[in-house]
Design a protein around this ligand. Structure first.
Ligand code: NAP
Ligand code: ZN
Length: 346
């Protein structure tokens, strides 16, 4: 075991504070990563607050990890010391079920191992990226292409893949009208990626506060959902809506914005259930779908796509002492557009 500095929530809803954790020794197929940057995802906040149910404490959040390999196990073939790498939301899975074999490790039926707030195969709690180092099996590590700076690449490991995967799966591209609902961490990546895929992109945000940014990031249109007229004007418009909203919302109202047989792909993970009048999907033969992050190979594909298109996240780099303040700003939809922790400050 090696002791490393980290930031942890000691208990549910408690502020995060500096502490130390133990990382396992580098095993046969492990890489030791010197973490340089860790993004703050809204999922970190849901979990620290136990908004999704009982959680494991102390909790070191962080599943948007970018760093450099500093040691490799004897059986490692994919990475070498000095490689620039990333780790996202999972650090292991069963590797044998149909989903693992199909590259959908995130839906592992044996249960994938989350990067934090989970138990690994030995029953030990996992600790995430708000730390100086992490030890991960090479099969759950991805390569960060040279063209991408590590700080703006970190958020791609969750916000990037979580929007890329549904955009690809439901055919965002030339001739398609795509709406991104919510322009926070995930949403702003959705705008950039959908634009790069060639779709006509609309942002649906609570207000017009971030309109200039949205248009700069690649949106063609920008509307405020607080304005009822938006729902009248845009009725029946979209082939695909990707919802990134972190709070319960009126799904029926958004389904009405889809074309016949359009799809609303939800990636937001609010803490409370939502209710829906099912006539909203029956009429127009619409699909209400969900999507969770992406597989390891798809995450690599997304990183390569982002490097090719010059896409990184828009970030606000913070020191570890500012994590609690950053959480409050995320909760107030005051993030532009991802907080990234400089882990040298931990
Ligand atoms: P975020 O940066 O806080 O962005 C969420 C955005 O949702 C806000 O910026 C805001 O956009 C909008 N919003 C927030 N509260 C709202 C409300 N009451 N009504 C309407 N809109 C509201 O969060 P994030 O990191 O992008 O994560 C978004 C959600 O996705 C979280 O629930 C997170 O847990 C979940 N998530 C899911 C996956 C997955 O695999 N499915 C992966 C990562 C995260 P505007 O200001 O533009 O209105
Ligand atoms: Zn996340």
């Amino acid at each position: 075991m090696t002791t490393v500095a980290a930031y942890a929530a000691p208990a549910a809803k408690a502020p995060l504070e500096r502490t130390t954790i133990e990382r396992r020794e580098v095993g046969e197929h492990d890489v030791l990563i010197d973490i340089k940057f860790a993004g703050i995802c809204h999922s970190d906040i849901h979990q620290v607050r136990e908004g999704w149910g009982e959680a494991i404490f102390p909790m070191v959040p962080g599943h948007e990890i970018a760093g450099v390999v500093s040691e490799v196990g004897p059986g490692v073939t994919k990475y070498a010391v000095g490689d620039r790498v990333g780790v996202g939301c999972m650090v292991d899975s069963c590797r044998e079920c149909d989903n693992c074999r199909a590259g959908r490790e995130q839906y592992c039926t044996g249960g994938m191992v989350g990067t934090y707030n989970a138990l690994d195969k030995n029953g030990e709690p996992t600790y995430g990226g708000y730390a100086q180092t992490i030890v991960v099996d090479e099969n759950y590590v991805v390569r960060i292409p040279d063209g991408l700076a590590l700080d703006v690449a970190a958020p791609l490991l969750c916000a990037g893949i979580t929007t890329y995967s549904p955009l690809k799966r439901w055919g965002a591209g030339p001739g398609k009208k795509v709406a991104i609902l919510g322009m926070g961490g995930l949403g702003h990546m959705g705008v950039k990626i959908a634009h790069a895929l060639g779709a006509e992109v609309t942002v649906l945000s609570q207000s017009l506060r971030k309109k200039d940014d949205g248009l700069k990031l690649g949106a063609d249109h920008y509307h405020a959902t607080a304005d009822q007229k938006t729902f009248e004007d845009l009725r029946g418009t979209f082939d695909l809506i990707v919802s990134t909203v972190s709070a319960p919302l009126d799904l029926g109202a958004y389904l009405s914005l889809l074309k016949t047989e359009g799809t609303l792909a939800n990636v937001g993970a609010p803490e409370e259930p939502v209710s829906l009048n099912l006539f909203s999907v029956i009429g127009g033969g619409k699909t209400l779908a969900g999507s969770m992050i992406g597989g390891i190979a798809e995450t690599q594909e997304m990183l390569d796509f982002c490097a090719t298109h010059g896409i990184g996240a828009e970030i606000e780099l913070i020191g570890a002492a500012e994590i609690n303040e950053a959480y409050e700003r995320v909760l107030n939809s005051d993030v532009r557009y991802r907080f990234v922790i400089d882990t040298a400050t931990i």
